[in-house]
Write a protein that binds this ligand. Structure first.
Ligand code: FAD
Length: 598
């Protein structure tokens, strides 16, 4: 048995998993949730079941006042202020608990979007960057749901390139107001919010942030957008025409708006992953239920191997996603505590923690949104023609899911950021990539070690992960060396490296979770989870190989190319595993339980 004391993860730094061998002590998993955390999650699921799902058609038809009223109800139950300090009207819970709220409410379709925007981008800028007066004025009302929050960053000509915003702010002659002029678009909750964090450039060049209230002179909203999905979520344009914002509503410092915008996004990305996985779990339950009851050829379609494959794959991806999500959430929690212990106030501590793990937040955003897309897309397929009918929940889930790959930074931007941030950490000396990358180069030149037999139940998988990391170091190291600064123009290669990093982080998180689980409850009791882990690792290993090959073929040639391709082959060599049988066992467990059981 391993020593199963509380894991100490405080010393872990962002991106370090890439160069360090992790062990199961380093991870935190859904099996570690305490009673209170489980209760909070149950409360959220109960809220959706009783208040939201029965009203889902009315929500999507945007029944006047319904969404704000539901948000007030959620606020009454404390669901809008889980991590807001008690003195500001919240519950003062830790980061993991607030992440659990996002997951728990994630299956609420448009309602989830409204709540996530309100509690995330709608509340956090003021909570983390507001002055004491601003916090006292706005946060208690946002925590209770009396006021609803929104966030205006995007403009018609600046989306991914957020700093290219054209909205301006000019100090009035009497020095009492900033006059905002410009337009924002795609603003979630914009139609009913009371408080907006709006970004504008002071004197046309100092990107800054302002708290704008509904009703301020010169501030109007456009009509609701007609969207592909999340139809019940309010999305409007905002217009500012000499909008008078009192100077005391400047949020943060002049010219430092980018710090607010980017830091809020780090946390938002992790939370989006949580909500997406919550949505994926509820859609998986819908899919399993349908597969069990729908009969064709005189048998339930759940009995067909092709359907079992899909159901099992949905569960695998969710399991993998949550393994990475809660591993990272614990790191953020621990780092926050460490910074607070060092004297930082809570807002600076959480921001510092989220910044430390910005790479992982970007990875989670990509993975979470793509897991949800897989679950709803194949869910429609499991439903056949009915999946195409508005009468079935899966059709709504399919439409609602798609936006997750677009907002909080598109998945392309987050993939690019993943690599960019890893390289920047290395350049700043925060992450020693050079040493490990050179060790891999040296290993490539040496004769492979055929002799040593792997020992222990998970020895082969541990080695597999180690080798996946070597693939990343080999490809990224060689690409940087060869292309230098020009690598920024080779986005296809950056995407390949990002995919390798995402696969490896997710696979390692899953392995650690399963090792911890097997240690605690025994291998027999963890058999299905071991199947999940081995299936994912087998596939992830192939995907790392493919992405690596694509990258190498794009920038290397001659002997260097041949040597790296051989290295890639060596590092992605894995023991064959019967994933077909494993998926059947996983699917059988889902079918027996009727939902995602872990
Ligand atoms: C329903 C909905 C709700 C939203 N809610 C909010 C909100 O509350 N507040 C808010 O401020 N914004 C919100 N947004 C805006 C959202 O954040 C942006 O749509 C998103 O950031 C993408 O910007 P864009 O639409 O301008 O696309 P673009 O930036 O034009 O991107 C178009 C395509 O080009 C790619 N691309 C762009 N730049 C690069 C690059 N450098 N390299 C490679 N590929 C690139 C993108 O990945 C994408 O595939 C919302 C959007 C929608 C649709």
């Amino acid at each position: 048995m391993m020593n199963t004391t509380t894991p100490t993860t405080t010393s872990i730094k962002g991106g370090e998993w890439l160069i360090k061998e992790s062990n199961a002590f380093d991870t935190y998993t859904p099996e570690d949730f305490n009673e209170e955390q489980q209760m909070v999650k149950e409360m959220c699921l109960q809220f959706l079941a009783t208040e939201v799902i029965p009203a889902i058609d009315r929500i999507d038809k945007m029944e006047e006042g319904l969404m704000p009223a539901l948000m007030v109800k959620a606020g009454e139950q404390g669901l809008l202020g889980a991590s807001i300090p008690e003195e500001l009207g919240g519950l003062g819970k830790d980061f993991i608990t607030s992440t659990l709220v996002n997951e728990g409410l994630g299956g609420g379709y448009s309602f989830s979007v409204a709540v996530a925007a309100h509690t995330g981008i709608g509340t956090l800028p003021i909570l983390y960057f507001g002055t004491e007066e601003q916090k006292q004025k706005y946060i208690p009302k946002l925590a209770s749901g009396e006021w609803k929050g929104a966030y205006g960053l995007t403009e018609p000509n600046s989306g991914s390139d957020a700093l290219g915003a054209k909205t301006t702010a000019t100090l009035s002659a009497d020095g009492k107001h900033y006059l905002l002029n410009g337009q924002k678009c795609w603003i979630t909750n914009g139609g009913f919010a009371d408080v907006y964090t709006v970004f504008a450039k002071i004197d046309g060049d100092k990107f800054s942030s302002f708290i704008v209230e509904r009703g301020m002179e010169g501030f109007t909203q456009g009509p609701e957008e007609h969207k592909m999905g999340i139809k019940g979520s309010s999305t409007v344009q905002l217009y500012f025409q000499d909008c008078k914002v009192p100077v005391e509503n400047l949020l943060g410092e002049v010219g430092k708006g980018h710090i607010i915008a980017f830091n809020i996004l780090n946390i938002g990305r992790l939370k989006l992953c949580a909500a997406a996985l919550g949505g994926a779990k509820s859609s998986l339950a819908v899919n399993v239920e349908y597969a069990k009851t729908r009969e064709q050829f005189k048998t339930a379609i759940a009995n067909f191997g092709a359907i079992k494959y899909k159901l099992a794959e949905m569960a695998i991806r969710i399991f993998v996603g949550e393994s990475a999500l809660y591993r990272t959430s614990k790191w953020v929690d621990d780092k926050e505590a460490e910074l607070q212990a060092a004297g930082k106030p809570f807002n600076e501590a959480l921001l510092g923690a989220a910044e430390e793990f910005a790479v992982e937040c970007a990875i989670l955003k990509v993975q979470g949104s793509e897991v949800l897309d897989y679950v709803v897309d194949e869910g429609v397929q499991v439903h056949g023609g009915n999946g195409f009918s508005d009468e079935y929940l899966i059709s709504r889930a399919y439409r609602d899911s798609r936006i997750n790959r677009i907002y909080e930074g598109t998945n392309e931007i987050n993939r690019l950021l993943t690599v960019d941030m890893i390289l920047k950490r290395a350049m700043k000396g925060k992450l020693d990539l050079m040493g490990p990358a050179m060790a891999v180069s040296k290993e490539l030149m040496s004769i492979p070690d055929f002799g040593s037999e792997d020992e222990g139940t998970f020895a082969k998988e541990i080695k597999g992960i180690k080798n996946m990391k070597k693939c990343i170091l080999m490809v990224a190291g060689a690409a940087v060396q060869k292309l230098m600064m020009k690598i920024q123009d080779e986005q296809e290669i950056l995407m390949n490296i990002a995919d390798m990093a995402i696969e490896t982080f997710e696979a390692e998180s899953t392995l650690l979770r399963v090792m911890k689980m097997a240690d605690k409850q025994g291998e027999a009791a963890s058999a299905v989870q071991i199947d999940i882990m081995r299936t994912y690792l087998t596939d992830a290993n192939d995907r790392v190989n493919k992405a690596g090959k694509e990258a190498i073929n794009a920038f290397a040639s001659g002997d260097e190319q041949r040597m790296m391709l051989l290295g890639l082959k060596r590092f992605t060599k894995m023991e064959p595993f019967n994933t077909k049988d494993a998926r059947r066992r996983i699917a059988d467990r889902l079918i027996a339980d009727g939902k995602y059981p872990w």
